[in-house]
Write a protein that binds this ligand. Structure first.
Ligand code: 13P
Ligand code: SF4
Length: 363
């Protein structure tokens, strides 16, 4: 069962695209620095982190310098599930979150006593934008018989209205668990991930209609041509990609699952359908293998991202330094909302630990 009906979804998609554009037009990208300046910021951030007992948690899509900085300073680089876990478990006073806003909010909800700072508060996500709380709450109210499962890429308010929060690492396992209990599902916001879960599990799922502007750009037609060019390559895809792309994938999984597959599989080459920021870790983990980005719409007017999340790109080492120095860009979540959102988030983390979730993609 699906809520996505094309008659209604096309105008809504156009409206959402306009809103996404508005966000991007308003937000400034970080200034480009030369290598000496970058090095200077890097060592200053490290020094400040020690002085302030701060720890850096970075997503795989962020700038490679930020990923390296996190690892060399006892911080962490990972997918959104692991970032949330690390943030809660580490004993820092300040968590620096390099990623997008929902990641900072999840960190704050799970660690209310820690100060959570981000290099910029402008870094949002098209899925979060595409699921405003008023519309979402009305949708849930129309279907009170369904368990509400939301993707982590949502606002604190949307999480607070849900029964479960999931990331792409854990989504299929949680839905299978709910199916075993005979539950019907209401899923938001990513329709491609929702359809993928629906297809994999056979669950009765009502879908919200939003998408990731980065993954939506991957094109099955171009992928077919690329496969012919690289016959030895396996295709690794994030489940936010469109169904036609996922159908051609050898492995579908979260960012961590994609990295694990690249290490595990014997192929010398991989075509990767996710944000290009992940190539830094892929190359570190599988240095002898070759990674090729899956084709997007190309460099013409319709390519809005070309496999680079514009919001992840707003994180930079100098912005990180500025916010740590001044205590700026602090993530604050209303205490009542945070307590409500904590319940489904905690449920996800408990589920992950009790199932000792393996990080394998679905081949
Ligand atoms: P992961 O949880 O797989 O890291 O995905 C987060 C995300 O925003 C993908 O676009
Ligand atoms: Fe959101 Fe897509 Fe960026 Fe991930 S890549 S943060 S889903 S816009």
């Amino acid at each position: 069962m699906s809520q996505v009906d094309t008659a209604d979804s096309e105008p809504r998609l156009a409206a959402d695209t306009a809103i996404v554009k508005q966000y991007l037009d308003q937000a400034a990208m970080p200034e480009q620095l030369d290598s000496a300046e970058l090095e200077r910021y890097r060592s200053q951030v490290k020094k400040l982190m020690v002085e302030k007992n701060a720890r850096l948690v970075a997503h795989y899509y962020t700038d490679s310098l930020l990923q390296d900085l996190a690892e060399e300073s006892d911080g962490f680089v990972g997918d959104s599930l692991e970032m949330a876990r690390f943030g809660r478990e580490c004993d820092a006073d300040i968590l620096l979150v390099a990623g997008v806003r929902f990641m900072g909010e999840s960190a704050k909800i799970l660690s209310p006593d820690k100060t959570v700072l981000m290099p910029t508060l402008d870094a949002t996500c098209s899925l979060d934008i595409g699921c405003p709380i008023e519309r979402f709450a009305a949708f849930c109210n129309q279907h009170p018989e369904r368990a509400v499962v939301v993707y982590a890429n949502t606002s604190a308010a949307v999480k607070a209205r849900s029964d479960w929060v999931v990331t792409s690492s854990i989504a299929v396992d949680v839905i299978e668990h709910l199916m075993d209990q005979g539950q019907k599902i209401l899923w938001a916001p990513d329709k491609h991930l929702g359809r993928y879960i629906q297809k994999t599990t056979g669950a009765d799922i009502l879908l919200w209609d939003a998408a990731c502007i980065v993954h939506e750009e991957f094109k099955a037609r171009g992928l077919q041509d690329m496969r012919a060019l690289y016959p030895q390559a396996a295709v690794l895809a994030h489940p936010e990609s469109p169904a036609a792309v996922l159908e051609m994938a050898d492995v579908i999984g979260s960012t961590t699952q994609i990295i694990a597959a690249a290490r595990r599989l014997p192929n010398p080459e991989f075509i990767v359908a996710t944000d290009q920021g992940i190539f830094h870790k892929l190359q570190q983990e599988a240095p002898d293998k070759r990674f090729i980005i899956a084709p997007t719409a190309g460099n013409d007017a319709t390519c809005r991202s070309c496999a680079n999340c514009p919001w992840m790109g707003m994180n930079s080492v100098h912005r990180l330094y500025d916010s740590l120095l001044a205590g700026d860009n602090e993530i604050e979540v209303d205490a009542v909302l945070a307590a409500q959102a904590m319940i489904p988030l905690q449920r996800m983390l408990d589920f992950a630990s009790s199932n000792r979730l393996k990080v394998r993609g679905r081949a």
